[in-house]
Design a protein around this ligand. Sequence first.
Ligand code: MD3
Ligand code: FE
Length: 219
Amino acid sequence: MSFGLGDLLSCLEPAQAIEPIAAGAVLLRGFARERARCLVAAIDEIARSAPFRNMVTPGGFRMSVAMTNCGRAGWVTDRTGYRYEPADPMTGRPWPPMPRPFRRLALEAAAAAGYTGFGPDACLMNLYEPGTRLSLHRDENERDLTAPIVSVSLGLPAVFLFGSHNRGGRPRRIGLESGDVVVWGGPLRLVYHGVAPLAEGEHPLTGRRRINLTFRKAL
Ligand code: MD3
Ligand code: FE
């Protein structure tokens, strides 16, 4: 048996793969895999004081994705519009604080993608069940659009739809699995994106659910 230089150097490669999606976006496959179980436990705990709920859009449609937040601000929608709120409209209490390990994960992922010093103040948590989808939209309610958004997928796999700067055109489809992290910034910060209807399935960490965390600098 003989080893080439490639074999000798492969031990120097990071365990997790870094895939550039396009200028400004980086897919970190498996970046949060070892922490996934703890993240899900922490989310369950947060949801006990700020339950997942299906919010209503300004147009009057109830979203199929259930949402809650942690951090100093939380994203909400109702008949009056989309915005960030310091308190949960459902309970009147401040959103639960962002756990330190959440903040650390977001900082580390952003740094691995080339964005140093990321300090998110909001974490939006999306809960999907089979059939749930998120239609094409842009995230534009954050004050500082130079900061990236860090997205963490947990549980059932999903097909992420990655569109362009205008509404039309076929979006690219990107499969995201539990533990995958995507960092979106720079020229891609304002692209249209969404999630295809979740397929039926069962995941050891979450059962029939997918949870997505997005870390944002909102204020
Ligand atoms: C690209 N969530 O919460 S995360 C959202 O899987 C949202 O729940 C999806 O879109 C989900 O707003 C996708 C990936 C993502 C998040 C924000 C982005 C991609 C983005 C902002 C700009 C560009
Ligand atoms: Fe979004």
